[in-house]
Design a protein around this ligand. Structure first.
Ligand SMILES: [Zn+2]
Length: 125
């Protein structure tokens, strides 16, 4: 099989990251794929958005997902939210640690709650 080179897609938004990924084709169809999810590295647009607040990633136990873990033991669902520090202080046991890193993980219960509270848009202010 040949090596295929194609645009890398951002896991978080589905847009092209501007990077290129190279992989070994597993079948002839692989020669035509428009893009590939290569990593959890955000595209520049997502990275900019994440800088607006604290980003919360919805995760599941890694054993219940076929995705690689985002953080040990937990795989991302693909849903994420930008919230202000006040929201972190309201829902996390160790909020200052989450606020300092700018990133946290949440379960589907809190993710559903955030969805209901703030409607679809992924940017929450
Ligand atoms: Zn993106």
């Amino acid at each position: 099989m040949r090596m295929v080179q194609c645009p890398e897609l951002c896991f978080w938004c589905g847009e092209a990251t501007g990077r290129t990924s190279v992989f070994e084709a597993a079948s002839p169809e692989d020669y035509d794929i428009p893009g590939v999810l290569a990593s959890y590295e955000p595209c520049p647009a997502c990275r900019r958005t994440w800088g607006l607040g604290v980003v919360l990633f919805e995760v599941v136990d890694e054993h219940s997902s076929d995705r690689p873990p985002l953080t040990p033991g937990y795989a991302p669902t693909g849903r994420w939210f930008i919230v202000p520090p006040e929201t972190i202080r309201e829902y996390f046991d160790y909020p200052e640690q989450v606020i300092a890193t700018g990133k946290g993980i949440i379960d589907n219960v809190l993710a559903d709650y955030l969805m209901d509270s703030f409607m679809q848009g992924q940017v929450i202010h």
